[in-house]
Structures are given as C-alpha cells and as structure tokens.
Design a protein around this ligand. Structure first.
Ligand code: ZN
Length: 280
C-alpha cells in the first residue's frame, strides 16, 4: 500500500497559498495581544474590545467617524512640500516626500476639511502620523492656518486632532515658524469668539504640543495617549533626576491640570457635539 506516499517530489506551496482566512480579517491588539474581527474593531472606532486600547488611526478614520455620513469638503487637498533648504539626510528630502506620498496616498501630515457633525457645521484638521511621523513642516502649518481662516470666516468651530512627533527637521527653522503662525491664527479665532477644541491623540509631542495642541478652549485627549514635549531620556539628562512613572500619559497630564477631560473614541462624536451645543 502506498496511498500516503507522495509520488511527485519537490512540491512547494507558497506561504500565501496556505492561508485559511483572507488577509486582514483579524486584528491583533498590540497592547493585550487578543484577537478580534477587523469589522468589529472598526465598529468600535478602532478600540480594543478587551482592553480598550485606542489604535493609532489617521485622518481617513477620524473623518469617517466624525462627519455625518462621511460627507465633507477637503480644503487645500493638493498643497505639498517644497525643499527650501536642499536638505539631505539618508536620502534627499524630495525623494523622501515622494516615497511617503506613494506609500501613504497622502500629500502631507495633515488633512483639513469642513462638513457637518451631528448637524453642526465644523472645520476639522487631522494629522496623519504615517506621513514622516506626523511631523509639522510648512505645509502642515499652512493648511492648519488656512483651516482656521475658514473657521473664522464661516463662524464655525474648529477641531484639531493632533498626532505628531513634533517639528519636521528637514525644514528646520521653517518648521518652527509654523508654531508662531498657527498660534497667531488661533488668537484671531479666539478674538472672533469661535470655539477651538484640541484633541491630543497618541502620541502628541514636541513643537505640536508646544503650540496649537495646547491652545484649545478645551484641550482633550484619548485614553492612554502619550503627551509631552521632549522624550523622557532628554528630560532626565537635563534635570538630572528620575521621573515619575507614566508622567507623559494623558491620565497624568489630566491630573496635573493640562487637560480638560479624556474622551473614549467611541463617545467622541457625541461628546464633542454636546460640548459645542453648550458653547453656542
Ligand atoms: Zn487590547
């Protein structure tokens, strides 16, 4: 009997043929390592059903989550970066920009749009961490400034969703100027009595924390988000002291008065709408 003897030698099945489930059907939480269905994960606003870990999502997900029926008009969708300093690190800056655009389908690290959220007119700017670490360069600063102008002209509230490693080093001083520019625009918004809500998501650091992210009429955050200016190692070396555990978590920052409240992403749209209704 030779039923179980393979007659042909050297048969190889490529790994992708061995899958029993289609790719992307399951999501594994990076925090608790438990598995859930991708559809279920999306339905709970990309949070984990087991430990409530808030996955790092970008503008596409937030726009879909917040704008009614995912209907919105994008502002300055085609603004993209130049290379004013002829900057080269491991590769020339224009090459890095081009490669990132191809990989992410984005033009830069922020998208701005206006539409309705629970029937309230609103302008939203949302950062994309996938684009060079959500770094703030001239395009990010300019798009935010123009979105604030739109808010002011149309007297509709402005929501900024930050997720960033800070200023973009490839634009050096020009990146830092964006802090002043966006802050000045926000001051005009404040004078015009138009509400500004800043949502800090995981992570919000560097020049973004030091400018528009902390200038909201309300500064709010998602649970467990890392919020800080410099990284723990830099601070430890500067002040020569050990730092309290978890001192850059949203919860710690809230306890020390830098945030107004922490909001679960599943409740974000309704909480924001109630808040804006109180303000108007
Ligand atoms: Zn989890």
């Amino acid at each position: 009997m030779s039923w179980f003897v393979r007659k042909e030698k050297g048969i190889n099945t490529p790994t992708e043929m061995k899958r029993e489930a289609p790719d992307g059907l399951w999501y594994q939480c990076p925090s608790c390592k438990k598995i859930m269905h991708t559809r279920e994960h999306k339905l709970s606003a990309y949070t984990c059903a087991h430990c409530n870990y808030h996955d790092k999502v970008g503008s596409e997900a937030y726009f879909e989550l917040l704008f009614d029926n995912n209907e919105f008009t994008e502002l300055d969708a085609n603004l993209h970066s130049g290379d004013p300093l002829n900057f080269i690190d491991t590769k020339p800056y224009p090459d890095r920009i081009r490669a990132t655009m191809l990989k992410t389908g984005l033009k830069d690290a922020v998208r701005t749009a206006h539409g309705k959220m629970n029937e309230i007119d609103i302008t939203i700017a949302c950062m994309d961490f996938n684009f060079i670490g959500g770094s703030m360069g001239s395009v990010v600063g300019e798009k935010i400034a123009r979105a604030i102008d739109y808010s002011l002209q149309n007297k509709q509230p402005f929501l900024m969703i930050s997720r960033s490693g800070g200023a973009r080093m490839m634009e050096a001083g020009l990146s830092l100027m964006q802090m002043a520019k966006t802050s000045a625009k926000l001051a005009l918004l404040s004078e015009g009595k138009v509400p500004y809500i800043s949502l800090l998501t995981d992570p919000t650091t560097g020049g973004v924390t030091a400018s528009y992210a902390m200038l909201g009429d309300f500064n709010i955050s998602e649970p467990g988000a890392l919020i800080g200016f410099a990284g723990p190692r830099v601070i430890r070396e500067t002040i020569g002291k050990d730092l309290p555990k978890g001192f850059q978590s949203a919860e710690f920052v809230l306890e020390h008065g830098f945030l107004d409240f922490i909001v679960d992403r599943k409740d974000l749209k309704d909480k924001l709408s109630s808040l804006l209704k109180i303000l108007y």
